[in-house]
Design a protein around this ligand. Structure first.
Ligand code: 4AD
Ligand code: MG
Length: 467
């Protein structure tokens, strides 16, 4: 086969170099044939669009043509010509074809229109479909947008550890990390496991959040963000929970809760606008195939001011809804940790736009949040989104050493895990705020996909760590 430099399909579709010979490589999506011509739709992942390869059957070996099956990988040399058929701008009239990888009829993606559940069982191959190709291209673009947003604002990307000995959220939902022989655990006289001989010499886990270390960095570099995997051993089998998910956590010295809300709103709008500006081909496909209201919802978010409301006022609205006959699965009362149905009621029914709920009861929020003067609430802020519920959780932090220490003691958090965190409040403490955006929840919103398992390549959920 003649050596011609490969052109990506995304570039080829923009090309007007008609009459030149090009090389494309990719995987067969579909093949149609008549007696004289075969049409192969080839995709190489650079774009959702296929390029059509037109094959004059007489000019090629019959045995080779039999190998042009769905899923096979080809290298094609051919003439770039303007397409006369509808849909595509260019096509390739094949001069030479090499089958790089054959694909027989056991290929799991042969049939179109498989369920999402089925696609999860073939997560190793599903990126080769239109839907998942679109989702993962958008995922990349969103990651890039996030780094760009913070970099342009002068934030530093700070790497917090994955393995940690502290439970940031204090919810006891950590996965342990150990090299101990689980068949022969050493215990002390009280029957407690002895961790001094374990790898780290103490009990260690996968982090649930990089925030605590992020706070250390913010009180040194001014404004930082983390962007990494986080882990939660919560037994939540819902369309919005993963055991391994990616989180973005900005933390900013001298920001109060209002600055924090401003940052969160600007950040999320920037990401959505980025998707509209850079991923429209993929979004249009998802809008047509998955979620008809997607584009409209994305556009409306960037133009809408988010509602800012105290938790107490949110509860009043929900109680009024109950009084007026609205049925929730879970009860509503002051002090309740809002369920997704409550959050979505506020966003989708009552306000019809995103809501930032603030000043939650301290009992349902983490120890590090700034305590309000009322003694009952803390300066928390959750951003609630249509279809998603909570997309961001954050707060102004308790900067007062005495108050923070009292809260840590009140909750019985072991000081051996927290001394270094408290040092930020002992030495040059400053007001500061931050939040965490669940990357996959953002992707749910931006792609219109219904289940969080379908916006991460290899989902980890209870009873599932395949691939
Ligand atoms: O509200 P969370 O638990 O807050 C924190 O972890 C803070 N340390 C953040 C901070 O202030 N720096 O989690 C933050 C966000 C949630 O709003 C949600 O979007 C996402 O992380 N999240 C999950 N996403 C997928 N699966 C899970 N199990 C999630 N738990 C939280
Ligand atoms: Mg939260």
């Amino acid at each position: 086969m003649k050596a011609i430099r490969r052109t990506k399909i995304s570039d080829l579709l923009k090309s007007t170099a008609f009459g030149t010979e090009v090389n494309v490589r990719g995987w067969v999506r579909t093949r149609r044939s008549s007696k004289q011509v075969a049409f192969v739709a080839l995709n190489d992942g650079s774009t959702i669009k296929n390029v059509q390869v037109v094959i004059d059957v007489e000019k090629f070996d019959e045995e080779m043509l039999k190998l042009l099956t769905t899923g096979a990988c080809l290298s094609v040399n051919g003439m770039l010509v303007e397409s006369i058929g509808g849909g595509q701008s260019v096509e390739i009239q094949a001069t030479e074809i090499e089958v790089l990888g054959e694909c027989d009829n056991t290929y799991p993606l042969q049939k179109k229109g498989q369920t999402m559940e089925y696609m999860r069982t073939v997560a190793h191959l599903r990126p080769r479909t239109n839907t998942f190709g679109a989702v993962f291209r958008i995922r990349h673009n969103m990651a890039y947008a996030i780094h760009k947003f913070f970099h342009d604002k002068g934030f530093y990307y700070f790497h917090t550890p994955i393995i940690t000995a502290s439970d940031c959220e204090g919810a006891g939902q950590m996965f342990q990390v150990t090299t101990m022989n689980l068949y022969d655990l050493k215990k002390d006289d009280e029957g407690s496991i002895k961790y001094d001989s374990d790898f780290f010499g103490k009990q260690a886990s996968l982090t649930v959040s990089g925030q605590l270390e992020g706070e250390l960095a913010a009180t040194a570099l001014g404004a930082i963000y983390t962007f990494g995997p986080t882990f939660r051993a919560e037994n939540s089998n819902t369309p919005r929970h993963l055991a391994e998910f990616w989180m973005i956590e900005p933390e900013v010295a001298f920001n109060d809760i209002t600055d924090n809300m401003d940052l969160a709103e600007e950040f999320i709008k920037y990401c959505v606008q980025w998707a509209l500006d850079h991923c429209m081909e993929d979004i249009t496909f998802l809008n047509n195939m998955i979620d008809k209201g997607l584009i409209e919802r994305l556009r409306s978010i960037v133009d809408t001011e988010f509602v800012r409301l105290a938790y107490t006022d949110g509860i009043k609205i929900l109680e009024e809804a109950v009084a007026a006959g609205h049925k929730f699965e879970f009860p509503v009362y002051w002090g309740v940790d809002l369920a997704s149905e409550h959050e979505r009621y506020l966003v989708e029914h009552h306000f019809k736009r995103p809501v930032i709920l603030t000043d939650y009861p301290k009992e349902i929020k983490a120890f590090y949040m700034k305590q309000n003067e009322d003694g009952k609430t803390v300066r928390a802020m959750d951003v609630l989104f249509p279809k998603i519920g909570e997309i961001i959780g954050g707060s102004e932090r308790e900067a007062d050493y005495g108050k923070l220490l009292a809260r840590i003691e009140e909750l019985g958090i072991p000081m051996k895990d927290m001394w270094w965190y408290l040092d930020t409040r002992r030495y040059g403490s400053c007001p500061h705020s931050g939040f965490g955006l669940g990357f996959e929840r953002l992707l749910l919103f931006v792609t219109g996909m219904a289940n969080i398992r379908d916006v991460i390549p290899f989902p980890r959920t209870p009873n599932n760590a395949e691939f």
